[in-house]
Design a protein around this ligand. Sequence first.
Ligand SMILES: [Zn+2]
Length: 322
Amino acid sequence: MIIKSFAPSPLTTGLQALVNRLQPTHPQYHQLQQELKNKEAGDYGEQYVMKELQQIALLNDCYILHNVTLPSVLPMQIDILLIVPNAIILLEIKNIRGIVHFKNDPRQLIRTSDSGEVHVFTHPEVQLEQYMQGVKHFFNTQQVSIPIYGAVVFPFNNVNIHREDGRLPIIMAKELPIFLHKHLETSKETKTMADIKNIILSHLKHRTPFPLCTYYQIDASALQRGVYCENCGRFGMQKLRMTWHCQSCKFISKNAHIRALLDYYMLVGDTITNRNCREFLNVESQYVAKRLLQKLNLSSTGPDRIRKYHLSSIYWNSPQKE
Ligand SMILES: [Zn+2]
């Protein structure tokens, strides 16, 4: 049973907006575009494994959560967390293609792509061990003692894996039923499953890397301004009395500015003034900008002329949010 379903990571959604609003001539454009591709592949792998888990009848009464961060002394971002009878299982999903070599001493993951390029990654075991420690520490603070297991999962057979001795299981997604069966066999059901679920749900942390211009040290003035046409992909929709109008494809939208303000939140900052709003949306009239912002029922602070509107509710109410 899925109790926290798949959603793209906030960094993927933010990078999509960033790459969309940067000129291809920007010095960081190609690096960011590559990072976006990697993030999208990662998300795709996680989504695939979530679907696979949903098919496993063995897990019908267990709880499945995507993307879990709990309060912890160690950084934590668990791809998938399973609550099974008397145990917690963490899955670290790696959607990497090519030839990968798990190297010990020091532990590194080295990938050679089809074109022969070599990339070095953090060893997923190191990440997973850190998350397992973090979860253990978290449950200690809750006075709960529960075994914690973990596995690194490769979703697809597009990878050729070479491995030296390791401490944690590395498996393919298709092996998940067998892997889970082993853990479910040895566990006896206790009534703790629902308790564990409630503890986790009440302590979930929602972290985002926003604003990305700060995160990647990009000057916000490099961003393409204007309202984006979702129909033809061009910027520069014009504000008519009731709607936005695309001059290129004649598409009409009532709410195209919301997407632009969401971009502003993810890329520039969590508050916006009337002037910022006019500049970013390419709107001339301060009354029009005021009306647009007021209609969104955003919380705001400060006197009228320099009022700051808080944009976070746009993000947390949007379908993109994690
Ligand atoms: Zn258009």
